[in-house]
Ligand binder design. Structure first.
Ligand SMILES: Nc1ncnc2c1ncn2[C@@H]1O[C@H](COP(=O)(O)OP(=O)(O)OP(=O)(O)O)[C@@H](O)[C@H]1O
Length: 230
């Protein structure tokens, strides 16, 4: 393996059962993503972007082929091992922020750390540092219902980076935001990429996201149509 490749997608096909037949959502995808890339999967609705992100994130398994994260085969792992891989190496951001309404912003960001063996003090330091990265340390005690959509997505970003993952997978992260907030989110993510070296893979059809990408992988009908370094 090329040690610069943090993600290797090798001849991946994904089929979903539909009634008596099968639908091929991804067809023989081959892609390598290097450490530190700021890459996007772009394409029309139904082209397979989310399906591919879910496979990379070990949330689902390919029907054929394999995906390696830092040289390790994701799909060959037991559920427990996949969970551990996700937990240690991968952060997720979704279009709906998925914050837990009864908990404070601090507690929402702390949540992924509760599975790790860290002291309360270590957790607090990590949460406050993540909230500082997204400029929200001053609202740590508020509840999700008291903040705006743009702020909620910044909380979700803090939650995705609190464990200092190597990779963040962002599925349509600006879909529910106005353009000012979308640009703010992209500025934050680009800074995290530059300053912390986190590898980002987006799924999006938002031109505001595409403007920021250093590599655009275009999907169509489950196939790679174009792969451009910008
Ligand atoms: N669990 C499933 N069962 C059956 N078909 C599925 C399943 N998940 C996805 N598909 C189909 O696979 C295709 C690709 O879906 P996917 O969600 O990856 O597309 P997408 O490019 O992310 O689209 P969007 O931009 O609308 O989110 C679609 O035709 C979808 O209907």
């Amino acid at each position: 393996m090329d040690t610069n490749n943090i993600i290797e997608i090798k001849n991946v096909t994904k089929r979903f059962p539909v009634g008596e037949t099968e639908f091929t959502a991804l067809s023989n995808i081959k892609l390598d993503i290097k450490k530190g890339e700021f890459t996007g999967l772009i394409g029309p609705s139904g082209s397979g972007k989310t399906t591919l992100l879910n496979l990379v994130g070990a949330l689902d398994e390919p029907s054929e082929g394999e995906i390696l994260i830092s040289g390790k085969n994701v799909a060959a792992k037991s559920d427990e091992e996949s969970a551990q891989l996700r937990n240690e190496h991968i952060g997720f951001i979704f279009q709906s922020y998925n914050l837990l309404p009864v908990y404070t912003i601090f507690e929402n960001v702390e949540f992924p750390l509760l599975l790790q063996k860290q002291s309360k003090g270590e957790r607090k330091a990590a949460v406050m540092q993540a909230l500082e990265w997204v400029g929200l340390a001053d609202i740590a005690n508020k509840k999700p219902s008291q903040i705006s959509g743009g702020q909620a997505q910044r909380v979700a970003i803090a939650r995705s980076i609190v464990k200092k993952p190597d990779i963040v997978l962002a599925d349509e992260p600006t879909a529910n935001l106005d353009s000012t907030n979308a640009y703010k989110i992209m500025d934050i993510l680009k800074k995290l990429n530059k300053d912390l070296g986190i590898t980002f893979v987006f799924s999006s059809h938002d031109t505001k996201v595409i403007e920021y990408l250093s590599r655009v992988i275009s999907l169509e009908d489950g196939k790679v149509k174009k792969d451009e370094i910008i």
